[in-house]
Design a protein around this ligand. Structure first.
Ligand SMILES: [Zn+2]
Length: 134
């Protein structure tokens, strides 16, 4: 479990996201979205955060169970965030990842049972899959 503070976590995520929402990949001003909420004891570790646009952040807040199925939220498990796979498509490479504090910050992992690499179990309408991009 990482115990460092907000400033370091924000710096790691800013570098990792490179100015794009980590969920929809649109260039955006990024907001920190806690995967496990502060109220549930979620930390500022980079594995517990995603740099997301305002729209994706609001979607995750409004759809916690669907977001949990994608790893964008952690509401149903006691597992540490660094051990909970998250569906993302960094650099156009859709799949499941663990979030690391050090390079490479995205570590690819096999799709969890019942899921696919190419698309998340749920997604907001504006999340365009890499294979759908023109
Ligand atoms: Zn987004």
């Amino acid at each position: 479990m990482n115990t460092y503070g907000e400033a370091r976590g924000r710096k790691i995520i800013k570098t990792r996201a490179e100015g794009r929402c980590e969920i929809c990949q649109r260039p955006s001003t990024l907001e920190w979205s806690h995967r496990r909420s502060r109220a549930q004891g979620g930390s500022w570790s980079s594995a517990n955060g995603l740099g997301v646009c305002r729209s994706c952040h609001a979607w995750c807040e409004a759809h916690p169970v669907k977001a949990d199925a994608c790893g964008w939220r952690i509401v149903s498990r006691d597992t540490p965030p660094e051990d909970v796979p998250v569906w993302l498509a960094p650099y156009g490479m859709a799949g499941w990842y663990l979030l690391l504090d050090v390079e490479p910050t995205y570590q690819g992992v096999p799709a969890p049972p019942g899921t696919l690499d190419g698309e998340p179990p749920h997604r907001p309408d504006w999340v365009v899959l890499p294979r759908e991009r023109v």
